[in-house]
Design a protein around this ligand. Structure first.
Ligand code: KG4
Ligand code: ZN
Length: 346
């Protein structure tokens, strides 16, 4: 079964063709990062307009580089949220139009859960079938810091989440404080490589006795105050910037590792750890989780860490398999709209 995936929840527009939930036939991503960088963050209205421009171009690119044509699609999966409402609606309208035109089912999927499928795309099938579940599965992105107990491909229980900022959002805000380009996450990782991670120890916001949850706003404020103090003292040189980045990164990621260790004790039956979402591209993160967790750890290939449509198509396939197909009839399916109180025909 070939599923077309459509992703437009934030600042990447993406289309992909995935066969049977595991073979990526094509994956196209148009990043808007340069458009938002001038504003120092994602501007929702700009994002929606850019999706509108990019989707038809990606559609043409998708088919011009493939032996397939739209009649080969069996169903269309689209991000229904969470995300920027205007941006999500552009993708939903596009997917819905394609589903109606091609008379194919339309499968709305959850973006955060789809990130987990992005990680599964990089794990051998035999491991998924025999050794993976139950798994402690993290989505660490610009919008979410969620820890799940994943019992199967389509069964997840939320164990804990951030009570304020998301981890990636915090990386981006601290990047801005340090005067780094947007998005700050990859830049912090880059300059942290030359930094001393012990020079400016950051506060440990949540201790091991607190619930399995995450918090980043205190860490962000500490980094801000610390950098301002260094600036006021005339000590904010390039080395100090790298040292702040490195010390911040260590605690931002260290918090997640400690909470994973806590969850590991609460769920001794878990057999693996999966880490997904944009921040899972961070090499220090990969190193820390592998060092500190006594389970096999799986990360997505870099192309499936950030937002992409292959993960959307993969989740769409598995949701289709476990649901009544009539639920996804394109004409009847207003779900993705009614979620925002926008039910009814276009
Ligand atoms: O998953 P994603 O592409 O979009 C959301 O669903 O949010 O994640 C984007 C986030 C951004 O906050 C970005 O700064 C962060 O992932 N990120 C990183 C790295 N690469 C991307 N954070 C830390 N280190 C990285 N190497
Ligand atoms: Zn995402």
């Amino acid at each position: 079964m070939i599923i077309l995936g459509v992703e437009s929840s934030c600042d990447e527009t993406a289309l992909a063709l995935v066969q049977d939930g595991e073979t990526v036939l094509s994956s196209k991503i148009a990043s808007q990062v340069a458009k938002h960088a001038v504003f120092g963050g994602v501007v929702p209205e700009v994002a929606a307009r850019e999706h509108l421009k990019a989707l038809p171009l990606l559609w043409q690119e998708l088919w011009s580089e493939s032996d397939l044509n739209p009649s080969h699609i069996d169903a269309i999966a689209v991000t229904r949220g969470p995300g920027l409402i205007g941006a999500v609606l552009i993708g939903v309208a596009f997917a819905r139009g394609a589903a109606l035109r091609l008379s194919k089912p339309l499968i709305p999927v959850d973006h955060v859960h789809a990130h987990l499928q992005g990680a599964l795309l990089s794990i051998p099938k035999s491991v998924i079938q025999n050794d993976l579940f139950p798994s402690l599965a993290l989505v660490v992105s610009g919008g979410h810091t969620h820890l799940y107990k994943m019992n199967s491909r389509t069964s997840t229980e939320l164990v804990g989440q951030s009570i304020d900022d998301a981890c990636g959002e915090c990386f981006d805000k601290v990047g801005k404080i340090l005067g780094l380009p947007f998005p700050g996450g990859p830049w912090i990782e880059k300059i942290a490589k030359h930094g001393n991670r012990s020079r400016f120890p950051m506060p440990k916001v949540l201790d091991d006795k607190s619930k399995v949850q995450f918090s980043y706003s205190g860490l962000k404020t500490h980094a801000l105050n610390h950098w301002r103090k260094l600036q006021n003292e005339g000590l904010a040189d390039d080395q100090a910037k790298s040292d702040v980045a490195s010390s911040f990164q260590e605690e931002a990621l260290g918090q997640i590792v400690r909470k994973l260790q806590q969850a590991r004790k609460l769920y001794p039956e878990t057999r693996s750890v999966i880490v997904a979402g944009g921040v899972s591209a961070n090499n220090r993160f990969r190193e820390l989780v592998q060092l500190e967790i006594d389970l096999p750890v799986y990360f997505p290939e870099l192309r499936y860490c950030g937002d992409n449509a292959a993960m959307i198509a993969a989740l769409g396939y598995y949701e289709y398999l476990v649901s009544d197909p009539s639920k996804f009839a394109a004409k009847a399916n207003w779900d993705a709209y009614s979620r925002y109180g926008m039910g009814g025909p276009l």
